[in-house]
Ligand binder design. Structure first.
Ligand SMILES: CSCC[C@H](NC=O)C(=O)N[C@@H](C)C(=O)N[C@@H](CO)C(=O)O
Ligand SMILES: [Fe+2]
Length: 268
């Protein structure tokens, strides 16, 4: 596991605008950051949709996960590209119970085991709005962050490149340009609302995972030249999917242009 300079710095200097992140010493201490009085967005959205203030498709985005949607079996396994679950709609979480806490715990387990620094629920086959991350990538070090139903309030105009890897694309690393700073509303594992501002590696990891929750994969964000440099590896993953499942690949890098059209910042 390589700890980059960025994540090492993260341990010692604040990349969160909040000051109450707790050390990742116990799974009970994963309840982080501060609560704000931010209004409960799903209810507002539903009310607005009812009154015709916002479009119907915004309401559809608010579909709520059922207990079945949140059922899982441990140990979790990472879903690999081009599995269609990586492109499926991820439902909002409305039940903040022990099952959700256990799911987040299991996600951290598989994330650490696979040398990850972040993981989204669709990457373990659970299509709900849940992500976990720890930019240090080591159990017991850094901060363990759980975000439920995150929404981006604001992206910085300033962008930066960074060489990203994705657990759903083992062995592939390539440059992705993203906004440097992001402001987020989310709920914690208890359902409490909070707002946070992220920069540097935490911002990068959050954005990568947030994209997963939107069905966007890191190569959707890459320039044509960068995609070209990993095209062979992507096609190898597509072939492995067919060999493993006996199913035709549900997408191919050849269809990338279609996905690319959907990937823009500031759409949330
Ligand atoms: C830079 S955002 C990467 C987030 C990603 N999460 C889910 O796909 C992830 O954890 N990717 C890993 C391949 C990763 O970045 N691992 C670290 C630590 O080993 C790395 O520097 O490669
Ligand atoms: Fe990923």
């Amino acid at each position: 596991m390589i700890v980059s300079m960025a994540s090492a710095n993260f341990v010692h200097s604040p990349c969160f605008s909040t000051k109450t992140l707790r050390p990742a010493t116990s799974s009970l201490n994963r309840f982080i950051i501060f609560s704000s009085n931010y209004s409960y967005r799903p209810l507002v959205v539903k009310a607005q949709a009812k009154r015709g203030i916002i479009q119907k498709d915004v309401l559809l985005e608010e579909e709520i996960a059922t207990p079945d949607d949140l059922k899982f079996e441990a140990p979790l396994e990472i879903v690999l590209y081009p599995d269609p679950r990586l492109r499926s709609k991820n439902k909002r979480v409305a039940t903040f119970d022990d099952n959700l806490k256990n799911l987040a715990d299991e996600m951290f387990d598989v994330m650490y085991k696979t040398d990850g620094i972040g993981l989204s629920a669709p990457q373990v086959g659970i299509n709900v709005q849940l992500m976990v991350f720890n930019p240090v990538g080591e159990r017991g070090e850094g901060e363990e962050i759980i975000l439920v139903n995150p929404k981006v309030i604001k992206y910085s105009k300033k962008v930066a490149p960074y060489t990203e890897g994705c657990l759903s694309f083992p062995g592939i690393n390539a440059d992705v340009v993203r906004p440097e700073i992001v402001k987020v509303d989310a709920q914690d594992i208890t359902g409490a609302n909070f707002t946070l501002s992220l920069s540097r590696l935490p911002s990068r990891v959050f954005q990568h995972e947030f994209d997963h929750l939107e069905g966007i994969l890191f190569f959707d964000r890459m320039s044509a030249e960068v995609v070209e440099s990993i095209r062979t590896e992507l096609m190898e993953l597509e072939q492995k999917y067919e060999d493993r499942t006996g199913l035709p690949r549900p997408e191919s890098v050849e269809t990338r242009k279609r996905w690319k059209a959907a990937a823009g910042f500031g759409k949330s």
